[in-house]
Design a protein around this ligand. Structure first.
Ligand code: ATP
Ligand code: MG
Length: 245
């Protein structure tokens, strides 16, 4: 088996309490490995720590303890500049709320990561990324002139325009109707190929079941792991996790 794209060992995360006197653990020791080409989904009850886990795995937030490596490079114990570089070069993130820049066209939003990395923007790559998500004819629209599903597809084009090793998506279909959600899901499914892996958090159990592996999070730990599961199996595992049996 090739080296993992993403490797987490015993990741914990605690947030300080409001009074500053103590802290509340949210992640209580999560270990996982994701390999090239894999699509992994993470499900679990609200508040179980899914978003926090995704933030720690992608370097958006630092874990309290434990380690995360992306393509063999640790995210912890490196400088902020080195972390930013690693994230720019290897990591994509798709948010539930799209996070597009409203003053920029779809084209400029997709070109933004390359510009931020001070890399030459290859117009044909941006064109290809937009065409790939079916938005070749919307390149010069600003986000406000696009539907939710179209905006999310721009966000996916942005995450995929540069070759990334791992793309994280937090509830990427959460704000979309069924048809638009299915399109976004198909794009993420397809994105998980070659050396690229995709890790997706979702409440949609049908969506989760399309993954190669489903991790069920409960109370900050991985409660169950399902391989090539159907929606019914995922529902059963999530129900068990929620019922704390
Ligand atoms: N920055 C923060 N400061 C303090 N507590 C936080 C912070 N971020 C998250 N939490 C707490 O951590 C717990 C897990 O939150 P998280 O957002 O990871 O859950 P989730 O599984 O993504 O839930 P949902 O399905 O509702 O999105 C919650 O109790 C939340 O209040
Ligand atoms: Mg969340």
């Amino acid at each position: 088996m090739p080296a993992p794209t993403l490797l987490a060992r015993d990741v914990t995360k605690s947030f300080p309490d409001r009074d500053g006197a103590g802290s509340t653990p949210v992640l209580r020791g999560v270990s996982l490995a994701v390999h090239p080409g894999e699509l992994v989904s993470i499900v679990g009850p609200s508040g179980s720590g899914k978003s926090t886990l995704l933030h720690c795995l992608s370097g958006l937030e630092a874990p309290t303890s434990g380690s995360v490596e992306i393509v063999g490079t640790p995210l912890t114990g490196i400088s902020a500049a080195a972390l930013a570089k690693l994230r720019r070069e290897h990591v994509g993130f798709v948010f539930q709320s799209y996070n597009l820049i409203s003053s920029l066209t779809a084209w400029d939003n997709v070109a933004l990561p390359a510009r931020l990395a001070r890399r030459r923007v290859r117009a044909e790559e941006v064109d290809r990324a937009l065409a790939h998500v079916g938005l070749g004819d919307r390149a010069h629209h600003k986000p406000a002139a696009l539907s939710g599903g179209q905006q999310q597809r721009v966000a996916i084009a942005r995450a995929l325009a540069v070759e990334r090793d791992v793309v994280f998506a937090d509830e990427p279909t959460g704000a979309l109707d069924t048809a638009a959600g299915a399109q976004v899901l198909a794009l993420l499914r397809e994105a998980a190929s070659g050396r690229r892996a995709v890790v997706m958090v979702t409440h949609d159990l049908e969506a989760a079941a399309t993954a190669d592996r489903v991790l069920v999070l409960r109370d900050g730990t991985i409660h169950a792991e399902l391989v090539a599961a159907g929606a019914a199996q995922v529902l059963d595992a999530v129900t068990r996790a929620a019922a704390q049996v």
